[in-house]
Design a binder for this molecule. Structure first.
Ligand code: S3P
Ligand code: PEP
Length: 409
């Protein structure tokens, strides 16, 4: 599906959008609910990734296909490795077979798991024969993906002796690890995280608990992008959000003050308001703790005609696509002056955005959604626009609600 986008005729917007639950919180909660039957979940994400996770958890033998969902791949690897009597092959999309999993597999094998590679060493698909895991100490590199660590932490309370993890190297995507620990805490599991050591105590039974998933902050980023490019006075309200979020991407509220977007919280809603603040020509952010909003921020800066220097982007090359290369290619098509390394991205201020350029999305939901706000400034085409369903199936409908013109070509 190829979509042609035009911005709303009134560039001073005022509307309220309800966004689906966080996919990160949903996929953690689903796994915990599979381990502990007394857990209920509210406001679960309607994303593809949460659906494949829920489906995967119901399977006991045969092939489990998680498509593009990185969290489902990593979390289900830990889950099946520790489920005695279950035997599955865990696989996914072509891109998933290029996303590394060796660090997690090695850690699980050290703990006594039985896992083998079906094709390429270090990558899915993998064959898992569930085991009773009694060993409780393992160390693993922490600088490639936090999902490996969260996978181990999520199963930790169900293991006979709990788990002690030693994290080696500079820890990346830290808020996602803290989110996992916070959810364990919410269900009454004892945890500690000091320095590079995480300890999780075993827990046989959990008291009846309802995990209420907050709406997705990464999805909210696209409305921050729209608001930043809109006329002063624009207000967009999003629900359901809270000030004390488990999601690291809530740092958006701080970051976007640089782009003239003020955030206020009330009654489980967040309101973004565009002010007439003058925006700096150069904007610098370290996104090692919030990698999923890098695309949104890069596109916002380009749309505003200002520069940026983004660092901490070392994980972007192994996500749904090589996001640094994808941003370089697609922003260049629109006329940006951009340079990338394997962990940084620089945009130099420029004037003007080319019209009616077709943006390729590389099976990456965030490529489609990050570029859409540019319709506030130009007309733009998004190729394979259905990719948004990975995390935010209602995205295009929500843009229509904001009065964007969306035409299928
Ligand atoms: O644990 C999670 O829910 C996630 C962790 C992050 O991955 P990395 O730890 O690989 O950076 C993030 O990019 C991803 O979208 C979701
Ligand atoms: C990186 C992402 O997802 P995952 O790793 O779970 O596929 C994302 O949603 O931006």
């Amino acid at each position: 599906m190829k979509l042609h986008l035009t911005g709303p005729s009134n560039t001073k917007l005022n509307d309220t959008i309800t966004i689906t639950g966080s996919k990160s919180e949903s996929n953690r909660s689903l796994l915990l609910a599979a381990l502990f039957s007394d857990i209920k979940i509210e406001n679960i994400s309607n994303s593809d990734d949460a659906q494949v996770m829920a489906k995967g958890l119901k399977i006991s033998e045969g092939t489990v296909d998680i498509h593009h969902a990185g969290t489902a791949m990593r979390f289900l690897t830990g889950y099946f490795a520790s489920q005695e009597g279950k035997e599955v092959v865990l696989t996914g999309s072509k891109r998933m077979t290029e996303r590394p999993i060796e660090i997690l597999v090695d850690a699980l094998k050290t703990l006594g798991a039985e896992i083998s590679y079906v094709q390429d060493e270090g990558y899915p698909p993998i064959k898992i024969k569930g085991q009773r895991i009694v060993k409780d100490k393992v160390s693993l590199p922490a600088n490639v993906s936090s999902q490996y660590i969260s996978s181990l932490l999520l199963i930790a309370p169900s293991l006979e002796n709990g788990l002690e993890l030693e994290l080696v190297g500079k820890i990346t995507s830290v808020p996602y690890i803290k989110m996992t620990l916070a959810l364990l805490d919410e269900i009454g599991v004892t945890t500690s995280f000091e320095g590079n050591l995480i300890k999780v105590s075993p827990k046989a039974k959990v008291a009846p608990t309802t995990l209420v998933v907050e709406s997705d902050w990464s999805s909210a980023s696209y409305f921050y992008g729209i608001c930043a490019l809109a006329a002063p006075g624009t207000e967009i309200t999003l629900s359901a959000y809270k000030k004390e979020s488990l999601q690291g991407d809530s740092v958006l509220a701080n970051i976007y003050t640089a782009f003239g977007v003020e955030t206020t919280f009330s009654n489980n809603m967040v309101t973004l308001k565009k002010t007439d603040k003058k925006i700096d020509a150069k904007n610098e952010f370290d996104l090692a703790n919030a990698p999923d909003i890098a695309q949104t921020i890069a596109v916002t800066c380009f749309g505003l005609g200002v520069g940026c220097y983004l660092t901490g982007l070392h994980t972007l090359k192994i996500k749904e696509t090589d996001r640094l290369e994808a941003l370089n290619t697609e922003l260049s098509k629109l006329g940006a002056n951009i340079a990338v390394t394997d962990k940084t991205l620089t945009i130099v201020p420029s004037i003007g955005i080319l019209e009616d350029i077709a943006i390729d999305t590389y099976n990456d939901h965030r490529m489609a959604m990050a570029f859409a706000p540019l319709a506030m400034k130009t007309t733009i085409i998004i190729n394979d626009a259905e990719v948004v369903s990975k995390s935010y199936p209602d995205f295009w409908n929500d843009l229509k609600q904001l009065d964007f013109g969306i035409k299928e070509l």
